[in-house]
Design a protein around this ligand. Sequence first.
Ligand SMILES: Nc1nc2c(ncn2[C@@H]2O[C@H](COP(=O)(O)OP(=O)(O)OP(=O)(O)O)[C@@H](O)[C@H]2O)c(=O)[nH]1
Ligand SMILES: [Mg+2]
Length: 290
Amino acid sequence: MNSPELTAPPGFRSGFVSLTGRPNVGKSTLLNQILDEHVSIVSNKAQTTRSDIKGVFTDDKNQIVFVDTPGISKPVSELGKSLNKSALGASDEVDLVCFVIDGNSGFGRGDRYVAAKLDPANTVCVLNKIDGVKPEKILAQLTELSELDFSSYYPVSAWTGKGVPDLLEHIKSRMPEGPLWFPREMKTDRGEGFRVAELVREQLLRVAEKELPHSIATRLVSWEWPRIKVEILVERESQKPIVIGKNGAVLKQVGINVRKKLDKGAYLELVVKVRKNWQEDADAISEFGY
Ligand SMILES: Nc1nc2c(ncn2[C@@H]2O[C@H](COP(=O)(O)OP(=O)(O)OP(=O)(O)O)[C@@H](O)[C@H]2O)c(=O)[nH]1
Ligand SMILES: [Mg+2]
């Protein structure tokens, strides 16, 4: 017998849905919009998401477990290989794939690379970022994309929410009958420690330029409320001063911004360390959970 909190009524539908696509198309933004909660960090830098993050949508009749995945691209590092593996593995194991495309920059080589790895019959094509895109351009893209024979097409703006309710209704209709996989009130499979480390990385990505975004890793060291200690790892000594800022200004601002999203009274300690070339170090990648 399931525990009462996992008992689903007759006719309940549930399943797993991956958010898949090249980096930066808005997969994590879409997840946050659907859940109305910031479960996955967002930035304008590629490969912000570094591991599969489950976000759970539940209503009276459905539970959809979304799997936010790292953006898929031709790998240039061990980290890149690991991210692709994680993303493609997730797309193989779900009931449905949402293939997300940036409708503003248009369907390009990077998207084709991903599309070639998907089963079109099991894929919903989501044309994102349609805010600010002319209707003629949206139509032209949908026409071009129709050649790929995906099972359905949804133009949306993950940012404003436009089109997202229709997409969600469609996803619900594609789910098989199934159990509650997670308790109704649960929104993500990740704990608070992961969330804080990710929020620190999200803030750092705002100020990071060029190669630095890829060199930053964060992880929780200890949680003894109200003291939360997070380690920031970079790949070279020369990157340390950028992350710390003049007289610690960058770290200070990061701390202020993250604390706003934590329970009152949290004391956040941030430590910067060098882990040489960790992006090429398989042990370090798995140690950081990427
Ligand atoms: N204008 C607009 N911008 C969007 C929309 N959705 C996402 N963005 C922006 O696109 C950038 C990338 O968003 P993410 O959600 O981090 O993209 P992602 O696909 O998860 O990226 P990776 O995790 O790196 O693969 C951010 O700057 C977002 O604010 C949208 O609907 N409209
Ligand atoms: Mg993401």
